[in-house]
Design a protein around this ligand. Structure first.
Ligand code: IMP
Length: 196
């Protein structure tokens, strides 16, 4: 397969992480912005898969390369899986200010002993417009920290502690996060597929 790929995202943080993980393997990752394409479909799916598919599908007709899309979220056990699929939309209700978002989540969990949480990521690959979508999933189990830690990563990283290996995403170096994150775990499966 050609090693050029389009990542269906307008999220600069996701784009940076994919580039960091894929360029050492010789992949060139384009964003819709790089190609002067506007693509911001509504995420109306009921699952990560459906949303990842909607994002990939919206772009595949407009480009000449395979498209990957990432739908991801943070699931907190004591909050019944919240914010989960709605992680980005929940943050938007607080103006996209993740310091505020993280502080609100910490407040919701005040006094809660069960801190279990996980980051989930589903990648949808569309190799051509008529191709069957393929899905690759990654889960990063962890816990919500007791306090806001560091300014590394993005989104909910400052309140996430990965358990295997022990790593606070907010203080981890990007390389450390990218070795174990939900996104890295999904991407490794995609790379196995692409190398066949
Ligand atoms: P979506 O995949 O565009 O629906 O957005 C996923 C949202 O989940 C992001 O905007 C973040 O709020 C959160 N999220 C997903 N992956 C990560 C991560 O690696 N670190 C921190 N937050 C994340």
């Amino acid at each position: 397969m050609n090693k050029e790929i389009v990542l269906a995202t307008n999220n600069g943080n996701k784009l940076r992480e994919y580039r960091e993980m894929l360029s050492p393997r010789g992949y060139v990752v384009y964003s819709p912005g790089d190609l002067n394409i506007d693509s911001d479909p509504e995420e109306t799916g009921a699952t990560y898969r459906e949303n990842a598919f909607l994002k990939a599908k919206a772009l595949i007709d407009k480009v000449n390369w395979p498209v990957i899309a990432d739908d991801s979220g943070l699931e907190i056990e004591a909050l019944g899986g919240f914010p989960g699929l709605h992680s980005a939309r929940y943050a938007a209700t607080l103006g996209g200010d993740y310091k505020k978002v993280c502080a609100t989540v910490l407040r919701k969990l005040a006094g809660e002993k069960n801190r279990r949480a996980a980051f989930l990521c589903t990648i949808c690959l569309l190799e051509r417009k008529d191709a069957k979508p393929l899905y690759f999933e990654g889960v990063c189990p962890g816990a919500i920290t007791d306090s806001y830690k560091g300014d590394g990563g993005f989104g909910y990283d400052p309140i996430f502690h990965c358990v295997d290996p022990d790593l606070d995403f907010g203080t981890a170096r990007e390389k450390e996060k990218n070795a174990v994150s939900h996104r890295a775990r999904a991407l490794r499966k995609l790379l196995v597929y692409l190398s066949i």
